[in-house]
Design a protein around this ligand. Structure first.
Ligand SMILES: [Zn+2]
Ligand SMILES: [Zn+2]
Length: 95
């Protein structure tokens, strides 16, 4: 059983900020929390549902995992405004 928790990606804001863009958080779908009755939709590819992991409730773990944007995958999704599509790019933590 996983109760609703504050979204680890947006810290409950429900919004991801990519430069000047404010997008609905892709982890929680803009709700600001995950778990319970609202399981995040699988992206098809990408990391497993780490947002359900109890490790996010541990401040020690949160301090160790510096990069919550890519969660260690090294890839982030950003918006290519010129092409009007989502683009996968290397995370800044891997550069
Ligand atoms: Zn979120
Ligand atoms: Zn990263």
């Amino acid at each position: 059983m996983t109760g609703p928790i504050t979204c680890p990606e947006c810290d409950g804001a429900g919004v991801e900020i990519l430069g000047v863009l404010h997008l609905a958080c892709r982890f929680c779908g803009g709700r600001g929390w995950v778990g319970g009755e609202h399981e995040p939709a699988e992206a098809g590819e990408g990391p497993p549902p780490v947002w359900e992991h109890g490790m996010w409730r541990d401040p020690m773990v949160s301090s160790v995992l510096k990069c919550r944007r890519c969660l260690g995958s090294g890839v982030v999704v950003s918006v290519d405004r010129a092409a009007r599509r989502l683009a996968r790019m290397p995370c800044s933590c891997r550069r």
